[in-house]
Design a protein. Structure first.
Lengths: 368, 248
């Protein structure tokens, strides 16, 4: 046991004395969260808007006036029919179309309710969501204004419709996505590099010749990263919750348990990578191309899997973070329990055992 | 502990990789405190043999005992009683001199008190007390090499395996390094050393020369020179290695 503690101590020295490791471990999660978080929260300014005004009365004119004078939106086009909407969005400049129903003023007075539809280009879902919120805010203000001193309140109802990404899937996606990326990076990439480094420097030989058995060596190498990854997971969830209000609706314990499972999986991938790479460079390249890129691109973190070509959709099934992101999303945003995510959990467990098995096999052939 | 005690016994050792025979019927014995030179061209099978003796790899067949323990069944005991140093010197660059000593002492199960007292002794002997808290990366190559060797025998092993320990080091430092090897040998530690430098072969008590997986010569440097009727070990080596087919 003393031997093992000495070993752990040395591992922590390696990590804490290496500026690059420290930066990846603690700088990166924070920078990523702030970056993604604030990119989502940027204010709108001069968003190009088209209007399809079927009503053309004083109410509609005033509404348009309110919106354009807010500074957030700029009227660039007047449309004649709804058929033009698609083409206008596809051109790319106009992000919002305001559709005002015929006889808005009359309906307001006769039925005390008028309808306005907001169409947005949701290919950039975060901005689309913001635009809708802003517009609804402006309309609500206007609503209050015209109701002042009236007994039966008139209401303008704004309905929004997202073009291209109707469910607005990735608004809160950045926290689960960053979580998967960081845990993958810290656990898999850093472990594989740190094991590969021992090989490269020749110290692995010394360790193998020593009375430490291979299991102790591997455990000693991965244990620090298990601890640090877990801290990272807490930091990410904490920052998401306190700074950006990303909720954790489901069980926190379940969330943590799934995170530990994913960390184990990432560690076993890291060990596997280190068994197939001779030096740090190879380990780094393998981690970058075999892990980081798929984690970012194919896991559904940034690009919705549904919109991918079929072969890539199939391929995304073997990307571990995909399943972890689904689990996180379900626990954090939908608040479900294990009964809804047991399948994904099983997949992660199976992958973990798969990689441990592969590494063991690789290790044994080396020893013969 | 008589003079004749054999700490390494190898009898008919074979190691095959598929069709390729890396070690072909090796048999030799090494006595306690002896400096045993293990020579051969690259690809002659030296590394394979050392790996087996260190418990890193299993032989295909043969009877092998290291420090009195069987390499098939008592690997843990073998490992506890040997030290190992490779040409990479294998110290952690981002740890200090003392931290390296403490780490290696620790993995061999030495107690804190033992490590502290022995580390002081060692640093005094190497005249490195002033560098105790310096990072290894700040040390010159010669110091690293001496320190690596001292760390390899820190836990008082029966045998220390040195795999080309003097690679890339200048002749003066090499000579100083060999003084350390003699010290260890006088203290009863058996030294099993591979080298490319034939002048170093002259420093060994006995030398074996491997060619194509077989030991072609094994004797004291003097007797080998006489046997091949030449002036130095270089020529002994060349006259044997000339017939090799497995040179890389």
């Amino acid at each position: 046991m003393n031997r093992f503690i000495g070993f752990l101590k040395k591992e922590f020295y390696h990590i804490f004395r290496d500026k690059r490791s420290m930066l990846i471990l603690f700088g990166m999660p924070i920078v990523q969260i702030l970056l993604f978080g604030y990119v989502i929260n940027t204010d709108l300014k001069d968003v190009q808007m088209a209007v399809l005004d079927h009503s053309k009365d004083e109410y509609s004119a005033e509404i348009i006036n309110k919106i354009t004078s807010s500074g957030y939106f700029k009227l660039t086009e007047n449309l004649e029919s709804l058929e033009e909407a698609d083409a206008v969005f596809r051109k790319g400049n106009v992000k919002v179309i305001l559709v005002i129903e015929p006889d808005l003023g009359k309906n307001l007075i006769k039925n005390t309710a008028g309808n306005i539809q907001i169409l947005t280009d949701a290919s950039d879902p975060n901005t689309a969501n913001l635009e809708v919120n802003y517009l609804q805010g402006i309309l609500q203000n206007y609503n209050l204004e015209i109701n002042r001193g009236k007994q039966t309140p008139l209401s303008i109802q704004a309905k929004s419709r997202m073009y291209f990404n109707a469910n607005l899937e990735s608004v809160f996606m950045f926290i689960p996505g960053i979580m998967a990326t960081i845990l993958m990076l810290v656990s898999a990439m850093m472990t594989s590099i740190s094991i590969a480094r021992e090989k490269e420097l020749g110290t692995m030989e010394i360790l193998l010749v020593s009375p430490l058995n291979p299991l102790q060596i591997i455990l000693g190498k991965v244990a620090p990263y298990l601890v640090l990854s877990f801290i990272n997971a807490l930091v990410i969830i904490g920052m998401g919750y306190f700074i950006f209000g990303v909720p954790v609706l489901g069980s926190f314990a379940l969330l943590m348990a799934e995170s530990v499972l994913f960390i184990f999986l990432a560690l076993s991938i890291g060990i596997f990578i280190s068994t197939v790479s001779k030096n740090q460079q190879v380990a780094m390249m393998l981690s970058m191309f075999a892990l980081m890129l798929p984690t970012i691109i194919l896991s559904g973190f940034i690009f919705p899997i549904r919109n991918m070509p079929i072969p890539l959709q199939v391929f995304s099934n073997i990307i571990p973070p995909k399943w972890f992101i689904i689990i996180l999303k379900n626990i954090m945003l939908k608040g479900v329990g294990i009964e809804y995510i047991w399948k994904e959990t099983l997949i992660l467990i199976a992958m973990t055992f798969g990689f441990i098995g592969l590494s063991l096999k690789k290790f044994k052939t080396r020893l013969e | 502990m008589n003079e004749k005690e054999k700490v390494i016994r190898v009898k008919n050792m074979y190691k095959k990789f598929g069709d390729f025979t890396a070690n072909n019927d090796l048999s030799f014995e090494v006595s306690k405190g002896e400096i045993f030179g293990f020579l051969g061209a690259n690809g002659a099978g030296k590394t394979t043999a050392i790996k087996i003796l260190c418990g890193l790899s299993f032989p295909t067949s043969g009877e092998i005992k290291v420090a009195g323990f069987d390499v098939y069944t008592e690997r843990e005991s073998v490992k506890r009683n040997i030290g190992y140093m490779s040409q990479k010197f294998s110290l952690y660059e981002d740890l200090t001199v003392f931290e390296n000593i403490r780490f290696y002492g620790g993995i061999y199960g030495l107690s804190k008190a033992e490590i502290n007292s022995k580390a002081d002794e060692l640093l005094d002997k190497l005249d490195l007390q002033h560098a105790r808290n310096k990072m290894i990366s700040a040390l010159p190559l010669g110091w690293k090499q001496k320190l690596a060797f001292s760390v390899a025998i820190f836990h008082n092993p029966e045998i220390v395996f040195l795999d080309e320990p003097t690679g890339g080091v200048d002749p003066v430092t090499r000579r100083q390094f060999w003084d350390l090897i003699y010290d260890a040998s006088r203290a009863g530690i058996t030294v099993f050393v591979t080298t490319h430098y034939m002048d170093e072969a002259e420093y060994c008590d006995r030398v074996s020369i491997m060619v194509d997986g077989k030991i072609e010569a094994l004797d004291t440097p003097e007797k080998l020179k006489k046997q091949f009727n030449v002036d130095d070990m270089d020529q002994v080596f060349l006259s044997l290695a000339r017939h090799a087919t497995n040179i890389e």
